[in-house]
Design a protein around this ligand. Structure first.
Ligand code: AKG
Ligand code: FE2
Length: 348
């Protein structure tokens, strides 16, 4: 059910409120979303920000549908800029990222592909549910009986959407009247990171999928072009215009209807000056996968089997992240079980 919106929610909030609603509220003890599939616990948004997300979008969306089979709603912005800036920094610091490599057959030759951006993903397809009381348990969505995760999802164990992204998912669902069970995140570290022309038209998304796509951080061009069409028998060719939208921090594009079946989109590499955020940009997409194959596909291409990366605020870049080594048995003071007074609490 869509939440009811008040008229004032369509205006940018009053600047006084901006100071109160900070992401990491100093007076609040932080809480975390934890799960056995997460490399580390993921910090939750403060209560005030979580509440503020329920009153979005900052502006109503405008339809962009002036070309054949193009069906977009453009929220400019969905998230007001002061909040988008905090959310960008928060998510960049708190989420685990991956730089996935995989191989595909290109013209019959096995080719190694390195994804030219950092990615991460959370969610579970429509056939299953995380148990609300114990998210390490997955239930069959129809019968609500426990499923064997290793049998149903043999390659990757699904990850629940952490609170910091789930709050935005709920707000997006209320604003669009669409349902989403997946959240994919891209981090473009510099202008050299990109995504090439593609459409999100996988069968596991069902017919006419709706995809909500958020931008945070540096502005980047979003290009759209129509898929090639066979020439009609009368020889007349339709001319499609290519679209170029400069996506700014806080903007959201809802792609729906026939868009994915007929149009391609990309974020090309870009040269030139950095914005106030440096070159970093986060893209968040909410989607709805219908079958188990979709879950496997999303984890395979957005998490993979490689190392975890985490933002390092001193180095100001993503660094490979490794769990802190556990104190090994040999290092435990077996002969003197009581630690010395000035021994640090943690061995590592
Ligand atoms: O970064 C973006 O705006 C687009 C990302 C995208 O198209 C995708 O992840 O499928
Ligand atoms: Fe896409």
């Amino acid at each position: 059910m869509a939440q009811k919106r008040t008229i004032h929610s369509f205006f940018t909030p009053d600047p006084k409120k901006q100071r109160i609603a900070t992401i990491a509220d100093e007076d609040e003890t932080p809480t975390y979303s934890s799960h056995n599939t997460y490399p580390f616990p993921i910090r939750d948004l403060s209560k005030s920000i979580t509440k503020e997300l329920t009153s979005l979008p900052a502006r109503p969306g405008r339809p962009v549908n002036d070309q054949p089979e193009l069906d977009l709603i453009y929220f400019e912005p969905f998230i007001p800029s002061y909040l988008a800036k905090d959310l960008f920094r928060f998510l960049r610091s708190e989420l685990p990222f991956y730089r996935v490599e995989y191989s595909i057959k290109r013209f019959g030759v096995e080719t190694q592909i390195r994804t030219p951006r950092y990615t991460t993903v959370f969610g579970l397809d429509h056939t299953s549910l995380f148990d609300d009381d114990n998210p390490s348990i997955i239930l069959d969505a129809r019968t609500h009986t426990r499923i064997n995760i290793g049998e149903a999802y043999p390659r990757y164990s699904p990850r629940p959407i952490p609170q910091c992204l789930d709050a935005l998912r709920k707000s997006t669902e209320a604003a669009t009247n669409c349902k989403f069970n997946f959240c994919l995140v891209n981090y473009y570290a510099t202008g050299s990171d990109s995504i090439s022309f593609h459409s999100d038209d996988e069968r596991f998304l069902g017919r006419e999928p709706a995809i909500a796509s958020f931008s945070l951080g540096a502005a980047r061009d979003f290009l759209m072009k129509h898929k090639p069409v066979p020439p009609p028998p009368d020889g007349q060719t339709t001319v499609f215009k290519q679209l170029k939208l400069l996506l700014a921090s806080g903007d959201m594009i809802l792609m729906k209807g026939k868009t994915q079946a007929n149009w391609l989109h990309s974020i090309p590499k870009r040269a030139g000056k950095s914005s106030q955020y440096g070159d970093g940009r986060i893209n968040i997409t909410f989607r709805r996968a219908m079958v188990k194959g979709g879950t496997d596909n999303y984890y395979n291409y957005n998490v993979g089997k490689g190392p975890v990366f985490r933002w390092d605020d001193t180095a100001r870049e993503m660094k490979e992240w490794k769990p802190a080594p556990k104190a090994s048995l040999e290092r435990k003071p077996i002969t003197h079980p009581k630690p010395e007074k000035d021994e640090p609490e943690k061995a590592d």
